[in-house]
Write a protein of this length. Sequence first.
Length: 122
Amino acid sequence: MPAGLRKDRPWQLDLGKLLGGENRVAYARTYFHSDRWQAALLELGCDDGIKAWLNGQLVASANRGGDVIPGTIKANLNLQPGWNCLLLKITQWTSGWGFCARVAKPDGSQFTGLRVNPHPPK
């Protein structure tokens, strides 16, 4: 199993397992391609804090202790045609540290047709 993933929570990236420590911050970035302007829903879960930017605009921010629970933080997104950049800042105070993220249709159903690339597209 890749570092930072858990068998019991395959949707969560466990930063405590991957990076360790307390009073830290980590960033995660990915790119996804939309064929047109369209609305979407960003669903996040975090332990402890999280900020999310889409194409340089802050779209979500939350501080919460406790377990990573998918979808506890939600933000409406406006995807532009072409590549969109999602940047997450995940903060750690003490104990557990992790996050999960999902881009869905505005009604929360599965989004199909988005291409994802972890590296900056050329």
